[in-house]
Design a protein around this ligand. Sequence first.
Ligand SMILES: Nc1ncnc2c1ncn2[C@@H]1O[C@H](COP(=O)(O)OP(=O)(O)OP(=O)(O)O)[C@@H](O)[C@H]1O
Ligand SMILES: [Mg+2]
Length: 151
Amino acid sequence: MQLKSLEDTQNLSSKISKIVGVSDIIFLYGEIGVGKTTFVRFLINHLEAENGIKKSDVLSPTFNIVYEYDIGDTKILHYDLYRLKNYKDILQLGMFEISNNHIKIVEWPELIDTKPKDRIDIQFQYSKLMDYRTVQINGFGKWKDYKFDAV
Ligand SMILES: Nc1ncnc2c1ncn2[C@@H]1O[C@H](COP(=O)(O)OP(=O)(O)OP(=O)(O)O)[C@@H](O)[C@H]1O
Ligand SMILES: [Mg+2]
């Protein structure tokens, strides 16, 4: 799928925001500046708008590793693991403890070697025309047969 503009990213975020729920986890792959945080910002802002909550400034959690957003009873945990060096650091975040009121979205998930069984992977790439992005979405576990192309 192609994202030719921020509006396309916004539409995709909106559609994904409608299908994810508590205990879901999304991994976002792709080079620096390809649009992962932008996707998360739109997704969180959509959920806030739908729940009558004022839009947050969704900033990159590069230095803090994780930022949290409350959407009613649901918490969005937005991670950026870019600065972490090994899997042990990730385990210390408690990221894989069972939670039934969290949606987790993870930029730079490459270091995670035991990946959660149920997850959505979104791979962003620069297109040859530079300003465009392409995305590929793959579901695993309970998302395995989900038709993301149709979202
Ligand atoms: N679909 C798009 N079309 C055009 N520009 C975009 C698109 N998506 C994101 N951008 C722009 O790309 C820039 C970088 O985006 P962003 O911070 O989301 O990247 P990132 O993948 O999170 O990078 P990092 O790996 O450093 O966290 C922003 O200025 C944003 O406006
Ligand atoms: Mg980012």
